[in-house]
Design a protein around this ligand. Sequence first.
Ligand SMILES: [Zn+2]
Ligand SMILES: [Zn+2]
Length: 115
Amino acid sequence: MSDDDRIDPSAPPSGAGCVECLATGGWWFHLRRCARCGHIGCCDSSPSQHATHHARATGHSVIRSFEPGEDWFYDYQTETGFEGPELASPQHHPLDQPTPGPRGKVPENWENLLN
Ligand SMILES: [Zn+2]
Ligand SMILES: [Zn+2]
């Protein structure tokens, strides 16, 4: 645990995709990682916005991008982005996982369904 109690760098990601979307057959646009517990959720452009729901439900206010090449952090409480510590690997979803994802669950008109 770091001295920043919003962030636990030792918590690994919960998996390769949004926990709730995978459980319900949903799909996502981009993925966000809870910096406190590692929960992977979908972004606010996605139909279900599970990352934001997780933050509200748990009080875990900081997310980090789970997209390849992105390492920004964001705090829902202060509504600011910032640079944070190195988190436990993997740093992003598998490179062979499509965006949007997951494979086979994305409707053809997905662009019209973004928030
Ligand atoms: Zn989701
Ligand atoms: Zn969390």
